[in-house]
Design a protein around this ligand. Sequence first.
Ligand code: URA
Length: 199
Amino acid sequence: MSEDPLIEQLAKMSTLEEVYDIAKDCVRCPLSQSRTKVVFGEGDSHTKLMFIGEAPGEQEDIQARPFVGRAGKFLDQLLKLAGLERSKVYITNTVKCRPPNNRKPRKGEMEKCNPYLKKQIELIKPKVICILGNASLEALLGKTSPISELRGKPIEKEGIIYFVTFHPAATLYNPAAKGEMEKDMLSLKELLEKKKIKI
Ligand code: URA
């Protein structure tokens, strides 16, 4: 039996709507005090491809939608490059509430939020998860190696292929990362084609 009552509560749920109903009023960590809105995630709940980022930023916190600010605009371009429609994938974050001043989410915050992410993955059952940046890498695979070493090398674990790349926001202050992320998106496209995964 689990020691975390949330995990027990989520175990009984079979839809994302039920999970959102709990998450939207979550007060499990201090981020709940500073957030405007919980940013649960959006997209196709039957998709084979999920994108998982770090944490909502200012625009996301206002609009309650993931990746709608500057980093989101770049993610939209990357999706287009890979021939993907945003509405046909599912996009969410490691933590569902904005950290003050967009600081990195803390380990304890990520741990408190993790049951929601795990349950989203369990219900969506993606074949591929694109990990966007370090927080997502840590939450999903543990901090193994730097992204620069993991990118382009899909990792298969428990029936899911994890495809690691940088966080789109990295390109806002490191223009060189832009080309690297574009290359990664083309590799992701190839991977989906090779595995005959239609999105
Ligand atoms: N950065 C993220 O990691 N997620 C968002 O939703 C927006 C910016």
